[in-house]
Write a protein that binds this ligand. Structure first.
Ligand code: GLN
Length: 553
């Protein structure tokens, strides 16, 4: 019998509900159980693929090409599993399905209503994850905060689940926040009490309350929450903010939450938690280390969530290279205006991540030029690979003309362009090249050395491709096209020959990196950055000794 844990949020959003669910997933997996996860997002977009990163943060791409919520990234990294499109459900996708059925006449003249039609569809989707994964435990997280109008159908569906699959198989976990009042120096439990009352009004009595706080939580607060919210004291789990994200499973384990879940859900066959490796990783992270400054150049850099997986992958590569990575966020739009170049001083490496649209792209091309001319390690991800090729073509042809047709539809040198079969697309949603594709690596190249294998499979999310008409120009003049699709038609990785490490991939390696298994390209990039730091930069803060120049005019 599948066991279900339902996560709701209270008080405020962004308190780490996703990370908490992911961390619980890790400690259940550490007990030998199989775990599946699903995020229910109450917004009306069919998926986050068409949403601005400012609104939604990064779009996380699964193996099967679903564009999903960034919490799925936390789940994959913490639990070390690959999720599928079934793991992200939105109001938009639920309604789209129900309305399509209604148009087909499937409801035989019935009136279509939120209850039961929408709620049934939500429950069907939850069931699909259970069925597809055959997991012992399914974790379901509802986005937003209890009290939001739009999450009501999801909460109603979860309420019904208890009767459908049995009390013994369901556990409701409410994640709340205890605000800290500076003047009186105390944490407050009242918002938690209100939020639980709200949840009860909907018909859900939480079995567990996870109290998030930025300060240690006194026992008396735990007792108070227990008393006011009808949850036994051991089911009130303190979750104090940690400076190391990946420590959360260990902190959660210490509270006894894992054992509590096993007991309450009557799970048989769980072993003692084996977290030795994870613990070693955290001990390793706790050791003081030399820091290394790596720049991320993008147009959404004020909002770090927009580059969540990229930043995490850099941290993972830091773990495997014995460095603490300090990210320097650099706005590509500023660079175009000649501003912000001082931030490049003392960088040991620079990453240009993915992006869409014209704004800020010239700043990214200039970044590639800077890394090329100063021989500073560069990792280009998707758009970052495209701008690297554009810069090199501009350099070879001594012209500003080379571009992507995404930014200049009539450029004389479309180094990046659409493939012939892509020209007639009209819908923006879900029509990109999405999900995993195989890629063959050319032996002896930096990419092949990084992976140590010949065939890899990586996740894509882009529309434009390297234009094969420019293969000769680039590959005969200093660029190696080190990764190609199996039919040889698509350039997946390009790298500069006369450079310590300038590699760009058309895919997004950041979606496959794990804390305990840094992605090979990130790891190789960071290793090159460490070499650069050791040979060019001095001082633990990475202060510049060898000054790097702004890109030449
Ligand atoms: N905008 C580019 C394309 O669609 C790059 C996409 C990306 O970086 N994810 O091809």
């Amino acid at each position: 019998m599948t066991k279900y844990l339902f996560f709701t949020g209270g008080v405020v959003s962004s308190v780490g509900k996703g990370v908490t669910a992911a961390a619980l997933g890790r400690i259940l997996k550490a007990r030998g159980l199989t775990v599946a996860v699903q995020k229910l997002d109450p917004y009306i977009n069919v998926d986050p693929g068409t949403m601005s990163p400012y609104q939604h943060g990064e779009v996380f791409v699964t193996e099967d090409g679903a564009e999903t919520d960034l919490d799925l990234g936390h789940y994959e990294r913490f639990i070390d599993i690959n999720l599928s499109q079934l793991s992200n459900v939105t109001t938009g996708s639920v309604y789209a399905e129900v309305i399509a059925r209604e148009r087909r006449g499937d409801y035989l003249g019935g009136t279509i209503q939120v209850i039961p039609h929408i709620t049934n569809e939500i429950k069907r989707r939850i069931g699909l994850v259970a069925e597809d994964s055959q997991a012992d435990v399914v974790l379901v997280e509802v986005g937003g905060t209890v009290g939001d109008i739009e999450s009501l159908p999801f909460l109603e569906a979860l309420r019904q689940m208890r009767a459908d699959v049995g009390i013994a198989n369901t556990l409701y976990v409410h994640v709340t926040f205890l605000p800290y009042i500076g003047a009186s120096r105390e944490l407050k439990t009242k918002p938690t009490q209100h939020s639980v009352r709200e949840l009860r009004g909907i018909g859900i009595n939480p079995d567990v309350i996870i109290a998030r706080a930025d300060h240690p939580i006194p026992d008396e607060h735990i007792r108070k929450i227990s008393q006011f919210c009808d949850v036994e004291p051991r089911a009130v789990i303190p979750a104090v903010t940690s400076d190391i994200l990946y420590e959360i499973p260990l902190l959660l384990e210490e509270t006894g939450f894992g054992d509590y879940v096993i007991e309450k859900l009557g799970i048989t066959g769980a072993s003692k938690p084996i977290l030795t490796e994870w613990r070693q990783m955290i001990d390793e992270l706790r050791q003081p280390k030399r820091s290394i400054r790596i720049g991320i150049v993008g147009k959404y850099v004020e909002f770090h969530d927009a580059y969540m997986s990229v930043r995490e992958s850099l941290y993972h590569a830091g773990i495997s290279n014995n460095r603490r990575v300090d990210v320097e966020w650099i706005h590509s739009g500023d660079l175009e205006k000649g501003k912000g170049w001082e931030l490049f001083q003392g960088l040991s490496g620079v990453v240009v991540p993915g992006g869409f649209g014209e704004r800020g792209v010239e700043g990214k091309i200039l970044t590639a030029k800077w890394a090329r001319e100063n021989k500073v390690p560069y990792l280009g991800l998707c758009l970052g690979m495209q701008v690297m090729c554009i810069d090199f073509a501009r350099h070879l042809l001594d012209s500003d003309e080379p571009n992507s047709t995404e930014f200049d539809a009539h450029t004389k040198h479309p180094v990046i362009s659409l493939m012939p079969d892509q020209h007639n697309l009209s819908d923006m949603g879900g029509t990109m090249r999405l999900g995993v594709y195989p890629c063959y690596l050319k032996s002896g190249t930096k990419a092949a050395n990084a992976y140590g294998q010949e065939l890899v499979s990586e996740r894509h999310r882009h529309r434009w491709e390297f234009n094969n008409q420019y293969r000769e120009l680039l590959s005969e003049n200093g660029v190696t096209l080190s990764g190609l699709s199996p039919d040889g038609r698509l350039v997946e990785i390009a790298e500069l020959d006369d450079h310590p490490f300038m590699v760009g991939s058309q895919f997004h390696p950041e979606f496959k990196s794990r804390p305990n298994r840094a992605h090979p390209l990130f790891s190789a990039f960071l290793k090159a950055s460490v070499d650069y730091q050791e040979s060019h930069l001095n001082g633990s803060k990475g202060t510049a000794e060898a000054a790097t120049e702004e890109p030449s005019k």
